[in-house]
Design a protein around this ligand. Structure first.
Ligand code: PRX
Length: 654
């Protein structure tokens, strides 16, 4: 994370080059149009960027905040917008996906081919009884079938819930149950770090006793799988034999498109719900303007897994709605060699590259010789997402990957916002390393004090969004009270309507530019992935040897934050395990309960946890311990000896 000191001393500026400005997609006229008539502007974007089977007459219905309706009486089909219309416009031969498997196999699909595949998949799903509104869980590696499945589901007006392939069977089951999914689409396995990791076996463990009627299995890893006759079907059989003709039906703009689960401040993940017309408008608009997309000539690559919101908005829906050509890569950046990503940029002549600061920092550590060995001269725009990018990483990214000239767009947004909200525009903004800078045209936000009043320039506060936006979440699946409570209650009575509370701290500099400072709640950001302290704590206490636990996000040079847990063992088990053994068992237990991404970097076995007199765990103190800082004021502690005990234990553990 950025330290405030390094931010305050960062004064370098990088204006766009005249050559870039001359061909830039976003011009000052865009910002002027949004400023003069915000809703009219969004209406124009929706009409220009999308095909509406039935045009809308009203842009926004905000009569029931915080539940927005955008373009409500319009009708469209999301998949038609991402596929058929490009083919009908004569761009069927343009490559949509250059897919590269980790072992080096590859497959390119043109828009015509991708359209045909999606039509077949839609017919196959319809034959399995999938109809509008049904929920379908996806648990897949990054293979073309993941994109095909998402679009086929969208084409039928059904709702996908993509679960990242690194989540455990328990996590998958919880998501299947919450959404009452009737079908799971998975693969036998996928490639990661030179090996096949099984997926089907996890699905088998997750679906028993759930609402799932069928499991559709893509053959990818060629690993052995168990088969349940009548329930399990091979994708290549069901989809391979399906008809390639399928007419897209138009659904209303607010038809739900997907649920995506994300971590919150409590143990239970939230099913963030997104709908069709507004979402597609804002992802297409931002993808085009923030990345300066010229779809005829650019090759775009976003390294996110489709299991995260970045993969939904900037691998699937944004780029395909815009008719872009993109790279899709299955594996890890360092397999089979540490230059794999740069090799792919050279191979496909990638011109727009979008990744996370954690990746950039790990490449920085490895040294510039690795990227320097490849021809990266095709790069003209770089993007960053997921966490604040520290100025040092920003400069390295621009110099080493961007040839010293590529603008970097530092994009701030969330699963809940659906699309980019804050970002420089590469042909307009004079860039400041480390700052996400400005709301994109059409978005209104503020940094406020705890009472909702805007802070002065030069001060910090809480980031809020002050006006509804097209791709905003439409609720939490099955729990709209929680939606209101989490995001809208804190500033419910603001003049002019409720403010959306993002959960991020931010600072406005003297120019009014935004610097994101990280989460202000108990949500951690590990390698750009959101993890909840409460969810990991509840996984820890579910283990029989654990009496109590507290989890904090500690600063980590590469991953931004890392999970550090403090655990009190049950008295009857404490003697059976050395701290090292207990810590190893529990790290494994968290990985099995939630997924490997949640595995704590360290677990400290302690005798007590520091609590306030009212019994609240003092996480800030634990964070100090985890980050190796001197312990601050402990006068509010119920028992001031606790921290001493904790640090003694840690010393003993080495
Ligand atoms: O804390 C912010 C951080 O990531 C959170 C959203 O996480 P998620 O919903 O998983 O979506 C990640 C990808 C959009 C935010 O609340 N975050 C995201 N982008 C940035 C960021 N923090 C600082 N700068 C960013 N560019």
């Amino acid at each position: 994370m950025n330290s405030i000191d390094s931010l305050l001393h960062e004064s370098r500026r990088f204006p766009p080059s005249p050559e870039f400005v001359a061909n830039a997609v976003a011009t000052p006229a865009l910002a002027a149009a949004a400023a003069s008539d915000r809703l009219g502007f969004w209406g124009d974007q929706a009409r220009e960027l999308l095909h509406w089977h039935q045009p809308f007459t009203e842009v926004l219905d905000w009569s029931n905040p915080p539940f927005a309706k955008w373009f409500a009486d319009g009708r469209l089909n999301v998949a038609y917008n991402c596929l058929d219309r490009h083919v009908l416009a004569g761009n069927g031969d343009r490559v949509a996906l250059h897919w590269e498997g980790e072992p080096g196999d590859s497959r390119s699909l043109t828009y015509a081919e991708l359209t045909a595949e999606v039509k077949k998949a839609a017919n196959a799903l319809a034959a399995l009884g999938v109809v509008r509104g049904d929920r379908i869980a996806l648990y897949l590696p990054v293979v073309p079938e993941a994109v095909i499945a998402m679009l086929a589901i969208a084409r039928l007006g059904a709702i996908h819930s993509v679960v990242f392939g690194g989540f455990s069977a328990d996590s998958l089951r919880a998501r299947i149950d919450d959404a009452q999914a009737k079908l799971v689409i998975t693969a036998d396995g996928g490639w990661r770090k030179g090996k096949v990791f099984p997926l089907k076996a996890t699905v088998d463990a997750a679906v028993e006793g759930t609402t799932v009627e069928h499991v559709l299995v893509v053959r990818r890893g060629e690993n052995d799988v168990e088969w349940t006759e009548g329930r399990d079907l091979w994708w290549h059989e069901a989809v391979g034999t399906a008809d390639a003709e399928h007419e897209a039906e138009a659904f209303e703009s607010e038809n739900p498109l997907f649920i995506l689960y994300t971590s919150g401040t409590t143990g239970k993940p939230k099913g963030i719900l997104h709908s069709s017309g507004g979402y597609l408008t804002q992802v297409a608009y931002t993808h085009k303007n923030v990345f300066d997309l010229h779809p005829e000539t650019d090759v775009y690559w976003c390294t996110a897994d489709v299991g995260w919101i970045t993969g939904h908005s900037y691998v699937v829906y944004g780029p395909l709605a815009n008719g872009a050509t993109q790279v899709l890569y299955e594996g890890t950046p360092d397999t089979p060699h540490p230059g794999r990503w740069w090799e792919l940029i050279e191979k496909y002549k990638v011109s727009i590259f979008y990744t996370a600061p954690t990746a950039i920092r790990s490449f920085m550590k490895l040294g510039r010789e690795i990227p320097d060995a490849f021809d990266l001269s095709s790069i003209r725009v770089l993007g960053s997402v997921g966490e604040p990018i520290n100025p040092e990483a920003w400069i390295w990214y621009r110099e080493v990957i961007g040839g010293g000239h590529a603008p970097i767009v530092d994009t701030w947004w969330q699963t809940e916002t659906g699309a980019i909200m804050v970002s420089p525009l590469p042909g307009i903004t004079s860039l400041k390393p480390g700052s996400a800078q400005t709301p994109i045209p059409g978005i209104e936000l503020a940094v406020v004090n705890d009472d909702g009043s805007p802070v002065e320039k030069g001060s910090g506060g809480l980031l809020v969004i002050t006006q509804p936006w097209p791709s905003m979440a439409r609720g939490i699946w099955g729990d709209n009270d929680r939606f209101i409570e989490t995001y809208w209650e804190k500033f419910a009575d603001a003049p002019g309507g409720p403010l959306y509370f993002a959960g991020d701290g931010a600072r406005l500099d003297e120019d009014g530019d935004l610097w994101l400072l990280g989460r202000v709640d108990d949500v951690m950001n590990v390698s750009g992935h959101r993890l909840s302290t409460a969810e990991i704590e509840s996984a820890l206490v579910s283990h029989p040897i654990v009496a109590e636990s507290a989890v904090v996000g500690a600063h980590d040079e590469t991953t931004g934050q890392a999970v550090v847990a403090f655990v009190i063992l049950r008295a009857e088990h404490a003697a059976d395990h050395t701290p090292e053994q207990a810590s190893a068992v529990l790290r494994g237990h968290v990985a099995t309960s939630i997924g490997a991404i949640a595995r704590p970097r360290e677990i400290f076995i302690v005798a007590e946890l520091p609590k306030t007199r009212s019994g609240k765990i003092m996480r800030r103190l634990l964070q100090d311990v985890a980050e190796g800082r001197a312990i601050g004021d402990t006068t509010t502690l119920a028992d001031t000896s606790v921290m001493q005990i904790i640090s003694d234990r840690m010393d003993a553990a080495g």
